[in-house]
Design a protein around this ligand. Sequence first.
Ligand code: SME
Length: 165
Amino acid sequence: MYDFKPDASLDTAELYRQLCDAADALTQGEPDAVANMANVAALIWEFVPDLNWAGFYRMGANAAGEDELVLGPFVGRPACIRIPVGQGVCGTAAADATTQLVEDVHAFPGHIACDAASESEVVVPIVRNGKVVAIIDCDSPTKARFSQGDADGLEKLALLLSDRV
Ligand code: SME
């Protein structure tokens, strides 16, 4: 049994330090990407307060063989399965290989609403050998829920996972 008990009073940097330690312990030596993403989605859900969705999209291909994001393991409501690169918050993070910190999803051009409860969102690319291989997506029902500290913490997690997903 894995029993990670995040302390609700942790500051953001310490919370993500502990989350990364737990993710490292759970994924180290495990070659199965889906298993690793499933466990890390569950960890994000346990550690990060005030979320309504946490999970992954992986880089796959559309019918024409072009890059396209495909839904991966997550916690939350069922979500859109495929997101073209360049569309929505996730597709923008994938296209630009940059973190998207969105205070108000309704103000983001092309935002894709998978859960009507979502008000803010942070999306971080996972890069391997210079290519985006997946993204981490967290949604919150609270406007401006995510800070630069959340983005920094999730970027550390993305780095840790770059050769494990
Ligand atoms: N809102 C995202 C879509 C994914 S869901 O939030 C899970 C976007 O605009 O790309």
